[in-house]
Write a protein that binds this ligand. Structure first.
Ligand SMILES: [Zn+2]
Length: 306
């Protein structure tokens, strides 16, 4: 295990109360090509006014400590008091750097998890124990609406399953050779077969949408109201009658249509999709839907439908 060197020159010391709970939060920065020094320097200067800081930021060479582990950081909303450790992964467009940083991030996370009694699980249902992404924290605890780091990880060829496997193994198993991992990811997407153009929105259509919109790929449209206007016409949707969290891929589609990105596929969103697709505008996804046929054709052509 090659643990990154931890530079404490920008640490802010103990400024908050002790945490209670055993959650380790994983983030990615969303500021491409900014090294850990920049992230730490920024949070060191602005944490009081911006009310944002984490415990560590990791790049391809080094980890900077900002907050003090075991004391509350302000990185992920209402989960903060349960999270003794929160770690940012610096994002890089250079794939070799990106995978080196990923490897160090995983190793620091596992080391810290062991020190703070955090089991090496990823985003499971336990609300107080385990390694959780900011995405999970936003959905489970609220107080923050970020969905990192899955979008970025997908862009460097790391799936949720790979991350779970690497955390469990204690190190980045798939990234021994950075170029081979990226090559493998490319080959997988190139060899993926065409969708059946049947107008039924199932898991394979959802998976392809998730790939082209670069959201986590699991084939599930999660967190939806059980709307009558598409229930029964589609599979792979997860419903929640009380407080549905919305789906990231639906939110991505809403953003590209200029709609409010709440991730809920309601009649207004369906109508906007139908308008964009040039199919009849009724706000309903029927069996053998013309809208879904349009989506499947665009996906087969390798395009984002919206
Ligand atoms: Zn985050």
């Amino acid at each position: 295990m090659t643990l990154p060197a931890i530079n404490k020159s920008l640490a802010i010391g103990i400024q908050t109360s002790r945490t209670h709970g055993h959650i380790l939060v994983l983030h990615s920065t969303a500021t491409p090509n900014a090294p850990a020094y920049n992230v730490a320097n920024f949070e060191h200067r602005t944490w009081r006014s911006a009310e944002t800081f984490v415990h560590f930021a990791v790049d391809d060479k080094v980890a900077y400590q900002i907050g003090t582990p075991g004391y509350r950081a302000w990185g992920a909303g209402n989960v903060n008091s349960y999270a003794p450790v929160q770690i940012e992964l610096c994002e890089f467009s250079n794939k070799t750097k990106a995978l080196k940083a990923y490897k160090l991030w995983v190793e620091l996370a596992v080391t810290m998890a062991k020190q703070y009694g955090v089991p090496l699980t990823l985003d499971d249902n336990n609300r107080t124990y385990g390694i959780k992404t900011h995405n999970w924290c936003s959905r489970t605890y609220g107080g923050s609406d970020h969905s990192d780091p899955y979008g970025y990880l997908a862009s460097i060829g790391i799936t949720k399953a790979q991350l779970a496997k690497d955390l469990k193994a204690g190190h980045a198993t798939g990234t021994g050779s950075a170029s081979s991992t990226v090559a493998k990811a490319r080959a997988t997407s190139a060899s993926a077969g065409k969708l059946a153009v049947d107008g039924d929105w199932g898991a394979s259509t959802t998976k392809r949408l998730q790939q082209v919109y670069k959201t986590p790929v699991d084939g599930v449209i999660s967190g939806q109201y059980p709307w009558k206007n598409y229930k029964g016409a589609v599979t792979g949707f997860q419903y929640d009658t009380t407080n549905p969290a919305g789906s990231q891929v639906i939110a991505a589609i809403q953003r590209s249509l200029g709609l409010k990105a709440d991730g809920l596929l309601g009649p207004a969103t369906i109508k906007a999709m139908q308008r964009a697709a040039g199919t009849p505008v009724d706000g309903v996804i029927s069996p053998n839907s013309r809208l879904v046929i349009y989506i499947q054709q665009q996906l087969n052509a390798g395009k984002r439908p919206f």
